[in-house]
Design a binder for this molecule. Structure first.
Ligand SMILES: NC(=O)c1ccc[n+]([C@@H]2O[C@H](COP(=O)([O-])OP(=O)(O)OC[C@H]3O[C@@H](n4cnc5c(N)ncnc54)[C@H](O)[C@@H]3O)[C@@H](O)[C@H]2O)c1
Length: 259
C-alpha cells in the first residue's frame, strides 16, 4: 500500500505514532520518525528489526526550525517526500477550566494545532511542486464534541479539523490531499494514567463501554486508517475529519443500558 513512499511520522516515539510507524513500514514506506523524546530511537530500532527503513529525529513539532529540519532530513535521506502524518500531541493542561493559564493554552495549541500547521507549511511547497502528496493529521473526537477532554485540548483538536478542511481548499487543484483522523479512546502513553486509575479501582472492564464496540481502541487501529489515508488508495478522500472511535461519535446522548 505504501511501497516506495517516503513518509514523515511525528509523535513516533509512543502510542499511535509508534504503531503507525511499524505498520507503514510493513506496507512498504521509508520513514522519518520524529519525536521530542529519545524513545523515537526504539521505534526506529523496531522498524529496522522487522526489515524496514527508518531514521530517527528528535525535534519539537511546535518549532518552525524543527519542522523544516524533519522535512530536510527526509529529502536528504530518501531524495523525495510523499506524505506526512502530523500526529504528535499532548493532553493539555489537564486542569479544571478556570485553573487553566494562558501558558497552558499556548503550550497545548503550540504543539497540537500550530505543530500541525507547521507540518503543512513545511511540506506543501514540496508537494505542490511535485503535484502530489498526502497530509494526515491526528485530531480527536474531542475536536468534534464535548466530554472527551479539557477545553484547551478540545479546542486545539477542533483547530486541527479546521486546518484539514481549510487547507484542502487552499490546495485546490494541486493534487495534494489532507485529512484528519479523530480517534476515540485509545490505550497509549497519553491515556495511561486513566487506564492505571481504572485498574487500581478494578473498573478497567468499564473502559470504552459507552461506544457500540464496547471497548477502547488499540494504536494500530488508528495506524491502519493513517496508512490508508497516506496511500494512493485514498486518492479521492480529501478535507475530511474521520472518526475511528468504535462508533462513539455517531450517537446523540443516550442512557447506558443496565447490564
Ligand atoms: N490516546 C487517545 O485516546 C487519543 C485520542 C484522540 C486523539 N489522540 C491524539 O493522538 C496523537 C498521538 O497521541 P498518543 O495517544 O499516541 O499519545 P502518546 O503520548 O503515547 O504519544 C504522543 C507522542 O508525541 C510526542 N510529543 C509530544 N509533544 C511533542 C512535541 N512538541 N514535538 C514532538 N513530539 C512530541 C510525545 O513524546 C509522544 O511520544 C495525539 O495528537 C493525541 O492528541 C489520542
Amino acid at each position: 500500500m505504501l511501497d516506495n513512499k517516503n513518509i514523515i511520522i511525528t509523535g513516533a516515539g509512543s502510542g499511535i505514532g509508534r504503531a503507525t510507524s511499524l505498520l507503514a513500514s510493513q506496507y512498504g514506506a521509508n520513514l522519518v520518525c520524529v519525536d521530542l523524546s529519545d524513545a523515537v530511537q526504539e521505534t526506529v530500532a523496531e522498524v529496522v528489526k522487522q526489515g524496514g527503513k527508518a531514521i530517527a529525529l528528535q525535534a519539537d513539532v511546535s518549532k518552525e526550525a524543527d519542522a523544516a529540519a524533519y522535512v530536510q532530513a527526509c529529502v536528504d535521506e530518501y531524495g523525495r517526500l510523499d506524505g506526512i502524518y502530523a500526529n504528535a500531541g499532548v493532553v493539555g493542561g489537564g486542569k479544571p477550566m478556570l485553573e487553566l493559564t494562558v501558558e497552558d493554552w499556548q503550550r497545548t495549541l503550540g504543539i497540537n494545532t500550530i505543530g500541525v500547521f507547521l507540518a503543512v507549511k513545511q511540506t506543501v511547497p514540496i508537494f505542490t511542486a511535485q503535484g502530489s502528496g498526502a497530509i494526515v493529521c491526528t485530531a480527536s473526537v474531542a475536536g468534534l464534541r464535548a466530554n472527551a477532554g479539557g477545553v484547551d485540548y478540545s479546542a486545539s483538536k477542533a483547530g486541527v479539523i479546521s486546518i484539514a478542511q481549510t487547507v484542502a481548499y487552499q490546495l485546490y487543484g494541486t493534487g495534494v490531499r489532507i485529512n484528519a483522523i479523530c480517534p476515540g479512546l485509545i490505550e497509549t502513553g497519553m491515556t495511561k494514567p486513566a487506564f492505571d486509575r481504572a485498574k487500581e479501582r478494578g473498573t478497567e472492564e468499564r473502559i470504552g463501554q459507552i461506544n457500540p464496540a464496547r471497548r477502547h481502541g488499540q494504536p494500530a487501529e488508528i495506524g491502519e486508517m493513517a496508512c490508508f489515508l497516506l496511500s494512493d488508495r485514498a486518492s479521492y478522500v480529501n478535507g475530511q475529519a474521520i472518526p475511528v472511535d468504535g462508533g462513539l461519535s455517531a450517537s446523540h446522548p443516550w442512557v447506558f443500558p443496565k447490564q
